[in-house]
Structures are given as C-alpha cells and as structure tokens.
Design a protein around this ligand. Sequence first.
Ligand code: NAP
Length: 309
Amino acid sequence: MTVTALFVGSDQDWDTYAPALIEAFKDLPLSVTLTADHAPETVDYIVMAGSQIIDDFSPFTKCKALLRLWAGVEDIVHNDTITFPICRMVGGGLDQGMVEWVVAHVMRYHVGMDTHIHGQDGVWRNGFVPPLAGDRPVTILGLGALGTACAQALTSLGFPVTGWSRSPKSIDGIRCLSNDVADALQNAQMVVALLPKTPDTENILNAETLAKTAKGAYLLNPGRGPLIDDTALLAALDSGQIAHATLDTFRKEPLPESDPFWAHPHVTVTPHIASATRPKPAARVIADNIQRGEAGLPFVHTVDRTAGY
Ligand code: NAP
C-alpha cells in the first residue's frame, strides 16, 4: 500500500525540501509518495512549508496529520477545519541554527565587537574591558526546544542563564522560572526572546517589563515580532534602558522600508534568518512521524491547539 503525502508550499519550497523528503521516504519500510497536487480525499499526510495557502482543510477527510516544516504554527493552529493533529518542526537543524545565531549575537554584544569593527580609523580604543561571561546575566524567554538549546550553549560559555516558561522546569545549570516575567527579567543584561506568538505572549516585552532589565541591556528577538511592543522598545532604546536590539522577527514581514527600526542607530535588523529548517534533518523528522503514524504510534511534536503552540 502506498501512503500519499501532499506537499503544500511555494515552488521554491518544493525545490528546497522535496528532494530531501523523497530521499528520506526511500529509507522507510513503507512506500510514501510525495506530490504537490492530489485529490484531497485521498491524502494521508500534509507536509506543509510556508504560510498557510489552504484555508479550508475539510476536504482532507482521510488525512492523519499535518506535518509542518516550520517551528511556528500561529497561522494554522486556530483553523477549525483542521481536525487531525498538527505536528510542528522540532530538530530539523532549527535548534543548532538558532544556537549559532543567538551565541553569535550575544558574543557580539558581550565582547563589544562593534567598538572595534566600526572604529577602524587610526584611534587606539583600548578603554573597554568587558566583564567575563560569569558576570553577564542572560535571560531567555521560552525554554522550549530552541530556548533550552540556547540556554545550554550560553551556560557552557559561562553565562549565568535564567529561563522562563509557562510550566515549571528543572534544567541542570539553568535558573528556571515560570511565574511573573518581571522576575525573570530582573537585572538581565541580555534578553533573548524565544517564545511563540500567542495571545498570552503578545507585547510581553513592553514599557513595564523592559524597565526590569539592567540599564543598558541588550535584546535579541528571534522569536516573533508581536512579542515586543515596538513603541515601548523604541522609547527604551532612546532612553538607553536598552542599549541595542537585534531583531530578526517583526509584526510585518518583510519589514517595511519606512519602519523606524531600519534607521535606528541602536537596532540591527536581520530578515527572519535566525534559523531556517534544514532540508535533510527536517525530512528525517517528517519521515519518522509518518512511520510512527503508519505503525499506530503517537505522533511526536504535536501542537497543543488550546495553548496555541
Ligand atoms: P517550543 O518548544 O514550543 O517552546 C516555546 C516555549 O515558550 C516553551 O518553553 C513554553 O513554555 C514557552 N511559553 C509559551 N507560552 C508562554 C507563556 N504564556 N508564558 C511563558 N512561557 C511561555 O518552541 P521552540 O521550538 O523553542 O520555538 C520558539 C519560537 O521560536 C517559535 O514559536 C517561533 O516563533 C520561533 N522561531 C523563530 C525562528 C527564526 O528563524 N527567527 C526559527 C524557528 C523558530 P512551556 O515549556 O511551559 O510549554
């Protein structure tokens, strides 16, 4: 029997991910056909890249799961026509990619790289000695797959890391908090936002919470744009409460040319590239879930539709 997996995404997504998916399916002890066009009522799995390009999933009467190639699901999680489980991407290179991006930007701030990179003008600027990592508290909002991987990487470099999540956690070497976000932000010199976008996390970084960090803290937002109240962040940057922000995600993407973040001297904009799903490892995650589904095992990385992530 052949299992049918419908690929939903742009032509570019197909070119990026389909070859790796087809290869990964060949390694399975069952026959899986990947197609970009198929009668909905005969589809067993939907493999979905990109933004939602199906509004009504009700014709997919036989579908056993929607397997997302991305980590975020805010665009599909509340779609009531999806009556089967949604599984998001965990692994697939996302964790390693995010660790590399977060560590790179934390280290940029920590060792004060800009002082020397922008100052190649014959002036001997040897006045800045950064604290060692142990004296630079970092707070990571979100202790999921990505937040935990980043927290562990920063801990291994010597940073004291506080992580904040919805449910209580215990992770070796990391101060885990799950109560008031203000406690987690208190005196943080670096803040990394790795929360999903949900009604509870929207504007979690606002005037009140940004005021809790140490004066002159650095902010990284590879999570989602709406986590930040943009007006409050601009005010915090202007007052020096936040020394610099590196923003990878925005309320509107691509970030419009007129957006004040582009021109702000204390903002670095990166175009939602903190961590991309890598085709080969991601294809293995998708193939593994199809194999589990066909063996009658529970899917992994299922989304909690009520929590919204
Ligand atoms: P995840 O495993 O679902 O982790 C989410 C974390 O946020 C969990 O620790 C969760 O708490 C916490 N959380 C959710 N709602 C909360 C709330 N109201 N209060 C406190 N904590 C809350 O997600 P992930 O795989 O780490 O990914 C995180 C986000 O990164 C994604 O949702 C996506 O938006 C973003 N992302 C961005 C890029 C990029 O390139 N910029 C790439 C991939 C992902 P619990 O542990 O208690 O559930």
